[in-house]
Design a protein around this ligand. Sequence first.
Ligand code: C5P
Length: 219
Amino acid sequence: MTKQDMAGKRVLVNLGPTREPWDAVRYLSNASSGTMGGAVAVAAWLRGAEVTVVTGPVSLWLPAAISRQCVTTAQEMFTACTDLWPGMDMACLTAAVADYRPKPYGERKFKKASAEAGLNIELLPNPDILKALGACKLAGQTLVGFAAESHDLETHARAKLKAKNLDLIVANSIVGEGGAFDSPVNAVTVIGSDGRLETWPSLPKPEVAWRIWDIVSNP
Ligand code: C5P
């Protein structure tokens, strides 16, 4: 029997990419598969938590006992997560939220003027969901974020931990071995607001997820 150390806890997980439409058929997105977030959600559920997942467009199996809200854009994900957060004990935000969305072209499909001409698309900033949850975090709520970094991993992760008012940040390098996007493994450094600093070897994502909840549930 799996340990039920998260029994009675309400846990929010977001995962996957967001998709930011430009014209009738085109959008801006990224390669996130949602695998890490799925592992985080399943691990919490196996340990007894009541789990709600807010998911961008992914093709991912989750047990029916995990409640699922499907969204497309960062703004939709923001609304779903900020609405759910007051009723949660913990949140782990793994989604690869698009930082920008194209200024919409309109309802129609853009017709290219010529084969040679370039095209400028204006980008508008999207809300930072994790920062918004951190800003209204209540005593007793635990907030975990992720950070994908290309350089100065620890410095940038520490800055995000503070700026977004997190309890724990899980940082991975997107260069070198153990890259996280669309991969079954992840090599991470975990930094806590309590001063904890751990660097784990490349591990299967379900193992990373399990260890994250080990820290949060048994500080
Ligand atoms: O600042 P950065 O994008 O590197 O932070 C990554 C963390 O912030 C992840 O947990 C991600 O889910 C979250 N995030 C967010 N909203 C954004 C951008 C990132 O919640 N617009």
